[in-house]
Design a binder for this molecule. Sequence first.
Ligand code: NAD
Ligand code: GLY
Length: 357
Amino acid sequence: MITLTVSTPDASYPIFIQAGSLNTLHYSLQPYLTHQLAIVTNETIAPLYLRAFEYALQSMGVSFFSIILPDGEQYKNWETLNLIYDALLRKKAERNTTLVALGGGVIGDMVGFAAATYQRGAPFIQVPTTLLSQVDSSVGGKTAINHPLGKNMIGAFYQPKAVLVDINTLNTLPDRELSAGLAEVIKYALIKDVQFLSWLEDNMDLLLARDQKALAYAIQTSCHMKAQVVAEDEKEHGVRALLNLGHTFGHAIETQMGYGVWLHGEAVAAGIMLACRLSEKLGFLANSDCVRVKTLLTKANLPVQAPSFAVSQWLEHMSHDKKVVQGNIRFVLLKSLGSGFVTSQVSISDLESVLSS
Ligand code: NAD
Ligand code: GLY
């Protein structure tokens, strides 16, 4: 079992990473459980993993009930969030009922926000089951739902009590979802660690083949980088913005195309490519760097070409970005491969030329 720790000013919690950990909860989660648990999952994950989770809890003598939501990014909204509150209230769940998010980033973000707001704050545990959620969304306490006008616009920073990653859950993940998770893994390498980028280039075939050792290394390395960034800047006043490489463009793609049409990771991949092109336009990256990124994303079966829509629509969506300060869009760009930075010094003409190329 690999154990990492995330430390913020108000909280410190473990990330447990192990194959098979869903069946051996008692070794890791016992200290983080309260008298009652509400397990929140969706209709796809429930038949795969809910029974195993419930069985492990039963053997520990813990009281629990389960809430099964519809599946999809298009359900990451008020209506579905309300289904969680409805079930908690019907069950007379108290403030120290622990909410467990069993699923991908959609479940994790929604359950985290439900926990942040239910009776002004209930404990919660992340049990991420997609690669994307295991390397990114389950760690760091960003919780949210979407608004029709913008991704993740309604939410809170709210840290979990613990994160339990069972690498075996990736065996049932569709190929397209595995690739979507790899977009966030590649993101970490690009903003922080060029050696990890080389490792990804050398090991992409193993990752796509779901080699357990390679996956464990990629998850551990990604979570380690995320934990470092979150420890330094929990509420995104500075360095945490780097974790949004590709996201300013990616969120615009998701909103424009309709939630769920492009997977989050796919939109991020196309967004990373745009950020690289913009970095090249501004004289930071060489064309060969962009080719290197494009080759890696392509090898990971990710899109490298954003859908085509009007520059005015891009600007409209990007004006809702959470990094906007006093009306200025701030972009995460690359000084070099492995070194991200944030800037608002981008001219409309450079932006237009990259978006329309
Ligand atoms: P997701 O939660 O929609 O899961 C993808 C699909 O895989 C779903 O259909 C799900 O039911 C299914 N699934 C999950 N686990 C499975 C398994 N083990 N086997 C088979 N199928 C499985 O998508 P995601 O990519 O995990 O998360 C994307 C969301 O995460 C977006 O809403 C994004 O905004 C958010 N996000 C949040 C953060 C954060 O810091 N909070 C970071 C990155 C992304
Ligand atoms: N996924 C971006 C962040 O957690 O800050």
